[in-house]
Design a protein around this ligand. Sequence first.
Ligand code: ZN
Length: 161
Amino acid sequence: MRVEDKKVVTIDYTLRDPQGTVIDTSEGNEPMPYLHGASNIIPGLEKQLAGKQAGDSVKAVIEPNDAYGPRNDEAVQDVPRSQFPPNIDIQQGMQFQANTPQGPRLVTEIGVTDENVKIDANHPLAGVTLHFDVKIVGVRDATAEEIQHGHVHGPGGHHHH
Ligand code: ZN
């Protein structure tokens, strides 16, 4: 059975940045199931897994435009320190939810002065070329309910029923 839309695909994966640093991996955990064609995973990876089958190993290099997008310099902003609760020790690299004109976003603090906190609302992987090693563990037909919900049910999937 090949990977295509409306299939539940179970994968082992390791994601590295261009320097070889592991960003995310399923190693040590159960393989991850996803519903193909439902935007459960980034589009570039979906494209490269299509047509493969259980047992296949796939090395995928995915440019930012097919992953988390390019970095946007306008997403880097100075916010007056007075807008932060005074009891918080603001440290470089801290991540927190902030309300932005585009809605709630995860932002990263990238610099702090007495007056301002510089924050970056880019996704942490924006502008990063992703290097995936994927092993396809299994492929099965999705159920009608999974297709309707747009995600996988059962082991490793959603448990909201
Ligand atoms: Zn569901």
